[in-house]
Write a protein that binds this ligand. Sequence first.
Ligand SMILES: NC(=O)c1ccc[n+]([C@@H]2O[C@H](COP(=O)([O-])OP(=O)(O)OC[C@H]3O[C@@H](n4cnc5c(N)ncnc54)[C@H](O)[C@@H]3O)[C@@H](O)[C@H]2O)c1
Length: 364
Amino acid sequence: MTEIIKVGLDERSYDIHVGHGLLAEAGVLLKPLVRGPLPVVTDLTVGEIHLADFLESCGKADLDAHPIVMPPGEDSKSFAGLAELSRELLDTGVDRGGLIVALGGGVIGDLTGFAAGILKRGVSFAQIPTTLLAQVDSSVGGKTAINAPQGKNLLGLFHQPRIVIADTALLSTLPRRELLAGYAEVVKYGALGDAEFFSWLEQNGAKALAGEKSALIHMVAHSCRMKAAIVARDERETGERALLNLGHTFGHALEAATGFSQRLIHGEGVAIGMALAFELSVKLGLCPNDDSDRLTRHLKAAGLPSAIADIAGPRPAVETLVAAMGHDKKVKDGKLTFILVRGLGRAFVTNDVPLDAVKDVLSA
Ligand SMILES: NC(=O)c1ccc[n+]([C@@H]2O[C@H](COP(=O)([O-])OP(=O)(O)OC[C@H]3O[C@@H](n4cnc5c(N)ncnc54)[C@H](O)[C@@H]3O)[C@@H](O)[C@H]2O)c1
C-alpha cells in the first residue's frame, strides 16, 4: 500500500512515495535517475541502523553506492560540515548528470540538498527521510540550508529533490521524543488549513504514533499532500507558503532562548508556538476559545508540551523572547510576521499584531 503524491513544479516536478518497507525498493526507484557513482549521505546513528538495508537495495538494482557518514546532530549543518561533505562528494566523482542521496533526518536532508545544489553548479539529489519531521516536512519543498553563526538556516538555496522516498517503517527506530516532535508538524497541517484532518488526528493520531501501518501512511501522505499543494502554488514563499510557519515565530524564539539545546527540540518549540499563536488569536478576538482549547488538549494528549511552563529549567524572560523574535528571519520592514488563525484550519498571515498582546501571551 504505497501512496504517491506529485509535487507539481513544471520541469522540477517530482513524486513523493509513502509506504511501509519502501527502503527495500529504493534502489529500483532511484535507478532511472542515476548515472555514475551514487553518493549516499547519512549520519552515524541512521547509518548504523538503516544503511546496510539501503545498500542491499542499491546492490539489487546494480547501483554503485558510496556511503558518506556525517556526525549526527545540528552541528553538521555548518560551514565545517559542508566543507567536509563537499570534499567527500567530490572524491566520489559524482558529476552534474548524477544523483546524490540524503538518507536521514532534516539535518542530513538540508545539508545534503545544499551541498548538492552548489556542487559543480548543481547536482540532482534524492531524499530518503528517516524522521517523522523529515517525512512530513523538511524533505518536501526544496528548502536547503546550513546554519551561520548569526542564526539557523541563513545560508541555503531552493533545490528541489528529484524524488522523495518516505518509508514509514523507518520511524519504528526513532526515539519517542523525536517522533512526537515530528508529530507537532503533522498537527500543524490540520491547524493551519484542514480542520477535517485535525479531527482525524484527534481520532487516529495515537494509533499512527503507535505504529499502526495504515494510520501512519495516511498521516504522512496527507501531510505531504498538503505541503506539496502549498509549495506548488508558492515555491519561493512570496505568500501562502508562509502559513507553514504557524507556531514558528514563537517556537524559534523559545528555541533561541533555550540555546537550541535538548531542553527544547524544534518540534516541541513548534507545538508550544502553535498553542501561543492560537491564544494570541483568541486574545485579538479572531478565534473561538474552543478551537484554542481543542488544539492544546490534543497536543497534551499526544504527549507534547503546549505551554512555556512545560519547558524544563528556568522560564525564559518575556523581553528575551521578544528580542529573539526580532532576530527571526521572518521580519519584514521592521514588523513581526505572525501566522494567526480564525479557527482550526483557518490560518492567515499578518504583520499587524500589537506588541502588548504578544507580551501578554508570553507572560500568561
Ligand atoms: N528544509 C526544510 O523545509 C525544513 C523544515 C523543517 C525543519 N528543517 C530542519 O530539519 C532539521 C531537524 O530535522 P530532524 O528533526 O529530522 O533532526 P535530525 O536530522 O537531527 O534527526 C534527529 C535525530 O534522530 C536520529 N535519527 C534519524 N532518523 C532515525 C531513525 N529512523 N531511527 C533512529 N534515529 C534516527 C538522528 O541521527 C538525529 O540524532 C533542523 O535542522 C531544521 O532546521 C528543515
